[in-house]
Design a protein around this ligand. Structure first.
Ligand SMILES: C[S@@+](CC[C@H](N)C(=O)[O-])C[C@H]1O[C@@H](n2cnc3c(N)ncnc32)[C@H](O)[C@@H]1O
Length: 298
């Protein structure tokens, strides 16, 4: 093969790979647009955290220890202002199994304490102590936040249920990128077996929030935690469902109200604050993690 043939071959290969990448990106955008059509549902993830173990027990234990070193003085101040605090040994153990994961961001599970404290005070302010509370959560993940809210219901002897939605299945054994993976794939139900009292207070639903929420038959949503897809559109559409079912004093908590990382969530919260009857209290327990507590005012 002479030099001209080699150059020709190289050019041909370059042209071929350029065409391939153009076709690939056209294919990808067609694929994405298909799932935007209202009548085509995006498939649910089968193995959201992959099919392999991410780390061993020691690595997860070390990460847990590191996360617990973070100063929690601001959380403590918040708890004493509200008058309720979650048992930290209980919280830390639940976090080890459901919050300690391999990810680039720093681990932070203070939201479990925030949810417990705010929900406990909401319960203590109820005029009818036998009211059955309806709590809605979007974004279950491994169940940490739902279990913390269930604990608040139990500790405050409040009847009620938490409905929690995620695209991840509840009964299928999978790897979760967590410490218990060393014992093989397990379902969320099995992962949370130790918290059986709390589990009795939770209804786990699998699906995309935009398809599950319209099918829910909830009359009232006393308390909600919105923590699924962190886009403005998604947060606002979940909010609208809750808003129509809340009365004065009812609460919505938003996670990840952190401008640099989740601008969509922050925009949604600003829109709610400006256009709906909610008083919004923003909280920051660290630079990378903000929350908003929205209380209905009229
Ligand atoms: C930040 S995690 C939730 C963490 C959980 N609330 C906790 O504190 O442990 C977000 C979860 O939302 C789920 N999710 C994201 N978008 C969703 C959607 N559109 N519908 C249903 N689930 C969704 C993800 O699968 C993920 O488990």
């Amino acid at each position: 093969m002479d030099i001209h043939q080699i150059i020709k071959l190289k050019i041909n290969n370059k042209v071929k790979s350029k065409f391939k990448s153009i076709f690939r990106s056209i294919f990808r955008s067609i694929f994405r647009s298909i799932y935007k059509l209202p009548f085509i549902e995006k498939p649910l993830p089968e193995y959201p955290f992959g099919k392999k173990i991410w780390a061993n027990k020691q690595e997860y234990t070390l990460l847990h220890k590191e996360a617990l070193k973070v100063n929690d003085n601001e959380v403590k101040d918040f708890e004493s202002e509200y008058g309720f605090s979650l048992n930290t040994n209980w919280w830390s153990d639940l976090a080890l199994h459901t919050q300690v994961v391999i990810k680039p961001e720093k681990l932070n599970f203070f939201h479990g304490r925030l949810l417990y404290t705010v929900l406990s005070r909401y319960i203590s302010n109820l005029s009818d102590k036998n009211s059955h509370l309806t709590i809605l959560e979007t974004g279950t993940a491994r169940g940490f936040s739902a279990i913390c809210m269930a604990k608040a219901l139990i500790d405050n002897q409040c009847p009620g249920f938490i409905t929690t939605i995620d695209s991840i299945p509840h009964n299928k054994p999978i790897y979760w990128n967590c410490i218990d993976d060393s014992m093989g794939p397990r379902s969320r139900a099995a992962l949370l077996k130790k918290w059986s009292l709390e589990l009795r207070k939770i209804i786990f639903l699998q699906g995309w929030t935009n398809t599950v929420i319209p099918k829910l038959g909830l009359e009232r949503v006393n308390f909600a935690f919105l923590d699924a897809q962190h886009t403005k559109e998604s947060v606002l559409s979940e909010f609208l469902y809750v808003f129509e079912r809340q009365l004065i004093g009812d609460i919505i908590i938003f996670d990840d109200v952190t401008e640099k990382i989740f601008p969509g969530v922050c925009e949604a919260v600003r829109e709610i604050e400006n256009n709906y009857p909610y008083e919004v209290h923003r909280i920051k327990f660290s630079d990378q993690r903000g929350y908003a507590i929205a209380t209905k005012t009229s």
